[in-house]
Design a protein around this ligand. Structure first.
Ligand code: SF4
Length: 374
């Protein structure tokens, strides 16, 4: 066994991590990230048990090791970020935004499809900026079209969109291309004009409301996920209330909430008016209660409808069920759909009727008509 650590922290706090975790065999900064496979091959013994030899073979140069179930994969389309959110350290650690060449992304997607992947979850610090650094604002719709033409790929999901880059062309592809799921992850961070300004986010709440209405108008039934930071320095009770009211009005399907914590080296970390931890926590609880009840209500509203479900894994909670997801549920972060174990095998996409909900989660059975399986 060998342990290699890479990523943002391994880049920004390498010495600290080396001291704290002497059992780690190697730390690689982001520039050397591509050398993970080579490093593991070097660290894993050449000889030894069949298991060790098999582990070594999995790290062949250029091979992509999936840590997800074999039918689903994250596909990175760009790295870095050229925006200037005052609380965020990512641009400093990962550098300016760099789109991966489209042919490289397509080649990786084709290899994943050939290995049995059916669902691609597109990721970047800002997926909707794809192509901007190459002087081409409209590249994401084109990329989506090309990915959709790959045989074997059934679902394509966009994660980490930025509000100003959700264009009419992008929405049109989402509305018209069957494989591009009616799902958008759109982190908004806050909804008070003063807090957004302090965060150096260029939107105003009325723009965000207009955008959400437009998205829902063009892609009916779309699932919207967002994320907010609570207790940003200087956030007053009135500004928090604006966020609370915004969430009640917008009725997002899924919301991630985070209390603010300062990131070393950012402008926000130097702001003089921190919100006390107990106030942050109290606001978090109030907002969580609101968004959780909206999410549960939205899940309940799907009961009785028919939908495709991608079956991910056996359920840890209900032994007679498999755990899957409908198109409006991203892996790891949203709710799940439980389907009877006898009804589906892992990795299958099948048509189901949703029969009941429990919080964010749903239960499904075969629809009365003959099921559409693949
Ligand atoms: S929060 Fe997102 S968009 Fe803003 S600087 Fe960080 S990575 Fe970029």
């Amino acid at each position: 066994r060998a342990v290699v650590v890479t990523g943002c922290m391994a880049t920004s706090h390498r010495r600290l991590l080396e001291e704290r975790f002497p059992e780690v065999d190697a730390f690689l900064d982001l520039e050397s990230e591509a050398a993970v496979a080579e490093t593991l091959r070097r660290l894993l013994p050449r000889k030894g048990t069949g298991k060790r030899r098999a582990a070594r073979a999995r790290f062949a140069p250029g091979a992509r090791l999936l840590l997800t179930p074999p039918h689903t994969a994250y596909l990175r389309i760009a790295d870095g970020c050229s925006r200037a959110c005052s609380f965020c350290t990512i641009p400093r650690i990962r550098g300016p935004y760099r789109s991966r060449p489209m042919e490289e992304v397509i080649a990786e997607a084709e290899a994943l499809a050939a290995a049995g992947v059916k669902e691609l979850n597109l990721i970047a610090q800002d997926s909707t900026a794809y192509g901007l650094d190459l002087g081409n604002r409209g590249l994401l719709p084109e990329l989506l079209g090309q990915l959709a033409s790959i045989g074997g790929i059934r679902w394509i999901r966009i994660l980490y969109a930025y509000p100003t880059e959700v264009t009419a062309e992008l929405l049109e592809v989402m509305a018209c291309e069957e494989k591009v799921l009616p799902y958008l992850d759109l982190p908004l961070q806050h909804a008070s004009p003063a807090v957004l300004k302090a965060m150096r986010r260029p939107h105003r709440p009325e723009h965000l409301e207009g955008l959400i209405k437009r998205v829902r108008g063009v892609v009916p039934g779309i699932s919207l996920r967002t994320a907010f930071i609570i207790g940003f320095p200087g956030e007053s009770e009135a500004e928090f209330k604006q966020l609370l009211d915004f969430c009640s009005a917008m009725e997002f399907d899924h919301v991630g909430l985070f209390t603010y914590s300062p990131e070393e080296g950012t402008d926000a970390a130097r702001l003089p008016t921190p919100v006390p931890a107990e106030v942050q926590q109290e606001r978090y609880s109030r907002l969580a209660e609101t968004v959780q009840s909206i999410s549960a209500h939205k899940a309940a509203g799907r009961v009785g409808s028919t939908t495709d479900v991608l079956v991910d894994a056996p359920s840890d909670v209900f032994p007679d069920f498999q755990r899957g997801r409908h198109p409006g549920q991203a892996p790891d972060i949203d709710g799940v759909v439980y389907v009877p174990r006898t009804m589906a095998s892992l990795g299958q996409i099948l048509s189901c009727r949703l029969t009941a909900s429990q919080g964010y989660d749903l239960f499904a059975e075969k629809p009365e008509a003959s099921p559409r399986c693949s």
